[in-house]
Design a protein around this ligand. Structure first.
Ligand code: AMP
Length: 642
C-alpha cells in the first residue's frame, strides 16, 4: 500500500439519489475515482437475483429484467430501459415507475417512518415491496437466491456505500475506513443519523457529514484557490429537490455557511408534470377523450414530456409525439420554450422566493453575492438561468464546476483536511455550517417552542428553562420537533422522552433545564435536568424509536460482511467458470486445427462434453470443484498433445 502522508487515507463520498461519486486527495489534488467500469459516477442501485447481489452499474444494467428486486431511482432509467421492462412483461411496473414522483430510492426513504403519510403514498408506487418493520421502520422485501429477504433502508444504502468504499480501496490499494459523507442540506436529524448508521454498517468511520451544497462550495473554493473573500450562492435544482445555500469563503480557506433554504419537493419532476397536464388538456380538446384514466398512455406521455423539456433547454421549440396513444389515436403537439416557461412560471418564481428568503436569512443584499454556482440537472433550463441572471442584475453565472462531481470533490477536500493529509492550504480550511431547520419542543397548546432557530451555526448548544404547568407535577414528556411551523404536530417529531422524579411543588415553581446540543455532523442531543435535584435524562437521535439500536447495527455489520464474502465467492466462482469455458474454447479450436492426435480425439471430446454438461446443469458447487474440473481437462489434453 502506498504511504499516505499524515496517516490513513480518507475519502469523500457523495451518496446521491441517482448516482454516487467517490474522491480522494492524492498528489496534491483531488482525484475523482473511477469504478471497475471506468465510470466516474456509480448508480446508487442495488439488485438481488437468484444467484447474486449486484451493486452499481451491474445492478442498473439488469433493472429491466428484474425491477421488483432492484432498489433504484427512476431517474436511472432511460427510455430504452423502460421499453425493455415493458418487453419483459412488466408494463404495469414500468408505468408505476414513471408515474411516481421519483421517490423510488433508498435516499428518499432513509430516516423516515413507515407511518408518515408521504412515505405511505410513496410506497404505493414502488415496484419493489416495502413493508412496516419493527419500530415503524420501512423495510424493503426482495427475493434473493430464491428466498424472500427483508432489508432496512440503512442496509440498502450501506450496500451502495460499501461499493464506493471498495472502488476507493481498489484505487488506493489498501483498506479505507475514514470518510466524509454528504447529505442534502434539508435532511432532518433522523435522516442524517440513518445515513451515518448506513456508513457504519458499510464498515466506514464517518469523520464528518456535510451538506451537499456546502461540499459544492468547497469544490469551488478550492478550485479558485481562495482568491480573496467571496460570498458564494449555491443554487442546486435537481429532479425532486431544491437547495439554496449562501456561504462566505475567505482568502485563507474559511467556509462559513450563512443560510440555507429550499424545498424537498420541488424539481424537474414538477416541470414534467405541468407539460403532461398541458398535453392531457390538448388531447381532450382535440379528441374529447380523457387520458388521465389510462395509466399506460399517461406513463408514455410522461417520458415524452421529460424528453421535450430537456430539448427546450437548447432549442426554442419541439414536439411531443406518440403513436397510438389512446384508442388508436396518434398524438402530436408542438411546444415552444415560451409555453414551457409559462406553464412552470409559478415553480420558477418559488425558487426565486426561496432565494430571497435565503438572502434575508443570511442578512445579505443580492449585490453582495460574488458568485452564483449552478448545481443539478434542472439548472440547465434557460429560463432559470435567465431569471437568476436578471435577479443578480446581469451577473454571469458560474458553471465551471462539474455538477456531477463537485459534491464528492468537496467532501474529499474535507476528508483530507480532517485526516491531516494535505497541503498547508487545505489544512487551514475551516468549515462553519448551519442547522437547516429549527429545533424545539412542544409546549402547552400543541405549540412549537423553538430552542435552536434554523440557520444557527453548528456545533451549538442552547439551554432554556421551563417550569411545571400543574401543581405537584411529578413528571413531564419532552417532545422534540424539527421544523418551522407554529403548531408542533405540523413539524417532524424527532422523538420524545419522559423526565420524572420532579419534587412536589406548586405549578410554575419546579424548574426544568433543557439543553439542545448539535454536533459537527448536525446531530442533536437533548438533555433535560430537574434543577432542584440535578436529575437528568437525555436523548440523541440514535436512541429514538424508529432508529437502529447499537445491537441492530452490529448485527447488520455482520450480515454485510457475510454478504461481502458471498459476493467475493460468487465473483471467484464466475472467474473460475470463465477460465474453464475459455479452456474448453481453446481445446475445441485445437480439435478444429487437428492439433489433437486422432487416437486421443475421442477421449478429449468426451471430456469436453462431460464438462460442458456439468457446467450447464448449474449445480456448480464451489471454486475448488470448478478448478478441479479444469485440471482434469488439462491433464487429459496434455496426455493427448504430448
Ligand atoms: P439531478 O438530480 O441533478 O441529476 O437532476 C435530474 C433532473 O434534471 C431531472 O428532472 C431531469 O429531467 C433534469 N434535467 C437534466 N438535464 C436537463 C436539461 N437539459 N434540461 C432540463 N432539465 C434537465
Amino acid at each position: 500500500m502506498e504511504s499516505w502522508e499524515g496517516g490513513e487515507p480518507a475519502i469523500g463520498i457523495d451518496l446521491g439519489t441517482t448516482y454516487s461519486c467517490v474522491a480522494v486527495w492524492k498528489h496534491d489534488r483531488i482525484e475523482i475515482i473511477t469504478n471497475d467500469q471506468g465510470n466516474r459516477t456509480t448508480p446508487s442501485c442495488v439488485a438481488f437475483t437468484d444467484v447474486e447481489r449486484l451493486i452499481g452499474d451491474g445492478a442498473k444494467n439488469q433493472i429491466a429484467r428484474n425491477p421488483a428486486n432492484t432498489v433504484f431511482s427512476r431517474f436511472q432509467l432511460s427510455l430504452y430501459d423502460l421499453i425493455l421492462i415493458i418487453c419483459f412483461s412488466h408494463a404495469f411496473i414500468a408505468l408505476l415507475i414513471w408515474l411516481s414522483y421519483g421517490i423510488l430510492d433508498a435516499k428518499r426513504l432513509i430516516g423516515r417512518r413507515f407511518s408518515e403519510v408521504m412515505v405511505k403514498e410513496d410506497i404505493k408506487l414502488m415496484p419493489f415491496r416495502v413493508i412496516e418493520g419493527p419500530s415503524d421502520m420501512p423495510k424493503v422485501v426482495v427475493t434473493h437466491k430464491g428466498h424472500e429477504q427483508q432489508f432496512s433502508i440503512e442496509e440498502i444504502s450501506s450496500m451502495v456505500l460499501a461499493k464506493m468504499k471498495e472502488i476507493a480501496e481498489a484505487y488506493i490499494g489498501g483498506t479505507v475506513k475514514n470518510a466524509v459523507i454528504t447529505v442534502p442540506a434539508y435532511f432532518n436529524d433522523c435522516q442524517r443519523q440513518a445515513t451515518k448508521d448506513a456508513a457504519t454498517i458499510a464498515g466506514l468511520n464517518v469523520v464528518r457529514m456535510i451538506n451537499e451544497p456546502t461540499a459544492a462550495a468547497i469544490a469551488y473554493g478550492v478550485d479558485n484557490r481562495f482568491g480573496g473573500k467571496k460570498n458564494v450562492l449555491i443554487f442546486d435544482l435537481g429532479g425532486g429537490t431544491f437547495d439554496v445555500s449562501i456561504l462566505t469563503i475567505d482568502g485563507v480557506g474559511k467556509f462559513e455557511v450563512k443560510a440555507v433554504a429550499g424545498d424537498t419537493h420541488l424539481g424537474g419532476e414538477d416541470f414534467d408534470n405541468r407539460i403532461v397536464n398541458y398535453c392531457v388538456e390538448d388531447f381532450k380538446k382535440k379528441w374529447n377523450k380523457d387520458l388521465t384514466g389510462n395509466e399506460r398512455a399517461l406513463g408514455r406521455l410522461k417520458v415524452a414530456c421529460e424528453k421535450a423539456k430537456r430539448i427546450l433547454s437548447y432549442d426554442t421549440q419541439t414536439s411531443v409525439e406518440l403513436e397510438v396513444l389512446l384508442d388508436g389515436i396518434d398524438f402530436s403537439m408542438k411546444i415552444t420554450r415560451a409555453k414551457f416557461e409559462e406553464l412552470n412560471m409559478s415553480f420558477f418564481t418559488k425558487c426565486i422566493k426561496q432565494l430571497e428568503s435565503c438572502l434575508a436569512d443570511a442578512n445579505m443584499k443580492k449585490g453582495s453575492v460574488d458568485e452564483v454556482i449552478l448545481v443539478g440537472g434542472s439548472t440547465r433550463i434557460q429560463k432559470i438561468q435567465r431569471m437568476l441572471h436578471e435577479f443578480f442584475d446581469g451577473k454571469e453565472l458560474c458553471k465551471s464546476i462539474n455538477p456531477d462531481e463537485a459534491v464528492a470533490y468537496g467532501a474529499a477536500v474535507m476528508a483530507a483536511k480532517l485526516c491531516g493529509q494535505t497541503t498547508k492550504m487545505i489544512k487551514e480550511l475551516v468549515l462553519l455550517d448551519v442547522t437547516p431547520l429549527s429545533l424545539g419542543k412542544e409546549i402547552i397548546g400543541e405549540r412549537m417552542h423553538v430552542v435552536i432557530p434554523r440557520n444557527t451555526p453548528i456545533p451549538t448548544k442552547k439551554t432554556m428553562n421551563f417550569v411545571t404547568t400543574a401543581d405537584n407535577q411529578s413528571s413531564t414528556d419532552i417532545m422534540v420537533y424539527q421544523g418551522e411551523r407554529t403548531r408542533s404536530t405540523d413539524n417532524f417529531l424527532l422523538g420524545s422522552f419522559e423526565i420524572s422524579g420532579i419534587p412536589p411543588a406548586p405549578k410554575g415553581v419546579a424548574v426544568l433545564e433543557d439543553c439542545f446540543e448539535i454536533d459537527d455532523n448536525g446531530i442533536l442531543t437533548v438533555t433535560s435536568k430537574v434543577v432542584s435535584t440535578g436529575k437528568t435524562k437525555s436523548l440523541t437521535v440514535t436512541n429514538l424509536s424508529g432508529r437502529l439500536s447499537k445491537r441492530q447495527i452490529k448485527k447488520m455489520v455482520k450480515a454485510a460482511e457475510k454478504f461481502k464474502l458471498e459476493d467475493q465467492e460468487f465473483k471467484r466462482k464466475a472467474e473460475a467458470c470463465n477460465a474453464l469455458e475459455d479452456y474448453i474454447y481453446d481445446l475445441k479450436n485445437k480439435i478444429k486445427r487437428n492439433d489433437i492426435p486422432p487416437k486421443d480425439l475421442k477421449n478429449v471430446q468426451h471430456a469436453i462434453d462431460d464438462t460442458e454438461e456439468w457446467l450447464s446443469t448449474g449445480n456448480v458447487a464451489s471454486v475448488d470443484e470448478i478448478e478441479r474440473k479444469k485440471e482434469i481437462l488439462e491433464f487429459i489434453s496434455r496426455l493427448a498433445i504430448f
